[in-house]
Write a protein that binds this ligand. Structure first.
Ligand SMILES: C[S@@+](CC[C@H](N)C(=O)[O-])C[C@H]1O[C@@H](n2cnc3c(N)ncnc32)[C@H](O)[C@@H]1O
Length: 394
């Protein structure tokens, strides 16, 4: 929007801005006619609503202002930002029959991905940490703005039935025994500004997590170990694709005993041990149960990758996601041949899981070194060494 206003002399009436944007984006008549329910229950144009949000957001960030009623003007700050906005480079560095590895920032990679082509966008972004990891982390206010922008870039890439899953960790407030509510802030921004839907919150329980934050857990002893990471499962529409039959887990011993008893005696099911009444499908459950939103997975996966790194004298990625966690969401929200994308793919764990499960996949990552070791997960993974010298610093 800002680029477009700039190209037309720095200010534009709102009507001209809608028309010019629709033209530049190649909006079809069908897209232009799509309506959604507005704040007061009335039907409004989905496209105009999206443009209004973009404009509202740009005003909030000091990039645009209203010159007079109905006229949108770029501010000095907006001009400055625009001047710094460079066109980017994204390299394809490896391909399998199903997948592609891109070397480039998530921001730039979003520009080369077909809109509507992604069924699951899974990623573990760097959190707004107080202690910096080697790949760099932002403070929480900047992080929120950054993640909001990225989620805005990812929204059009998702199929209408697509899902976005963000793996995020808890972050403490400096020198205080409390948490930074950045995840709550992000959820509200994604729903209110970008029209994402919150399908569910899942939790990864890592029993091997050390007792942190050390000061409040181990020294002052006022809190207990925080061994949970959050998985925000968001969707683009209410009609997201998912099938929990694909992720059933073995039933608990107590349930099995009860079910087998009911089957043996033919007396019917009655009440479950917990007091609830079982539905008729229960006897056909085949010894499996619907899983919960809590995933208890120790952080010991990726052993083969670590070994391969050792052999090649490469440093393994410092913050890998467990394969089981990614596998769960890939199976839950996609089918064979659907496309999974991880824009901050680190050591390509997501690509390796998607490849194994027969999904098409895309991985992009900013740091070439992580990709270099990540490619050890794949066969015939000749890394294009010549690119290392030629590659401009990202
Ligand atoms: C927590 S790690 C992801 C690890 C990955 N899930 C794995 O299993 O290896 C976050 C990654 O985001 C990458 N990153 C940070 N900013 C980025 C950006 N703007 N574009 C692409 N990748 C980025 C970092 O280099 C880092 O590898």
């Amino acid at each position: 929007l800002i680029e477009l206003i700039d190209q037309r002399g720095g200010q534009l009436s709102s009507t001209d801005a809608y028309d010019a944007l629709a033209h530049d984006l190649g909006l079809t008549e069908q897209d232009a006619e799509r309506t959604v329910t507005g704040g007061r229950g009335q039907r409004v144009s989905a496209f105009k609503q999206r443009v209004r949000w973009a404009r509202h957001d740009a005003v909030k960030r000091g990039l645009l202002r209203s010159a007079k009623r109905g006229v949108w003007q770029i501010t000095d700050h907006g001009q400055e930002k625009l001047a710094k906005n460079t066109t980017g480079i994204v390299f394809t560095i490896y391909e399998t029959e199903l997948g592609t590895v891109l070397w480039g920032s998530a921001e730039r990679a979003a520009g080369v991905i077909e809109p509507g082509s992604i069924d699951l966008l899974w990623t573990s972004p760097p959190y707004p940490l107080l202690q910096q990891k080697e790949y760099g982390n932002l403070g929480s206010a900047d992080w929120l703005e950054w993640m909001h922008d990225l989620c805005g870039l990812w929204h059009p890439l998702l199929a209408d039935t697509g899902s976005l899953v963000l793996n995020l960790g808890s972050v403490p407030v400096r020198n205080r025994p409390i948490q930074d509510p950045y995840i709550e802030r992000l959820v509200l921004k994604l729903i209110d500004d970008l029209d994402y839907r919150l399908v569910d919150r899942h939790f990864w329980h890592n029993p091997c997590k050390p007792p942190t934050p050390v000061k409040w857990v181990a020294v002052e002893k006022v809190r207990v170990k925080n061994s949970i990471e959050h998985l925000l499962w968001l969707s683009k529409t209410d009609h997201f694709k998912a099938n929990n039959d694909n992720v059933r887990v073995p039933e608990s011993p107590a349930t099995r005993k009860w079910r087998e008893h009911a089957q043996r005696t033919g007396k019917g099911l009655g009440k479950r041990p917990g007091g609830s009444v079982a539905g008729p499908g229960f006897l056909k459950s085949n010894g499996t149960a619907i899983p919960s939103v809590l995933h208890s997975i120790p952080h010991d996966a990726n052993r083969a990758y670590r070994q391969a790194c050792k052999q090649e004298g490469l440093k393994p990625h410092p913050a890998m996601a467990p394969q089981g966690l990614i596998e769960f969401f890939v199976k839950l929200t996609t089918e064979t041949n659907d496309c999974v994308y991880d824009p901050m793919a680190g050591s390509l764990t997501t690509g390796a899981v998607a490849e194994r499960l027969g999904r098409r996949w895309l991985c992009s990552e900013l740091h070439g070194d992580y990709l270099k070791s990540g490619l050890l997960r794949f066969e015939n993974c000749g890394y294009p060494e010549f690119l290392v010298d030629k590659m401009p610093k990202m």
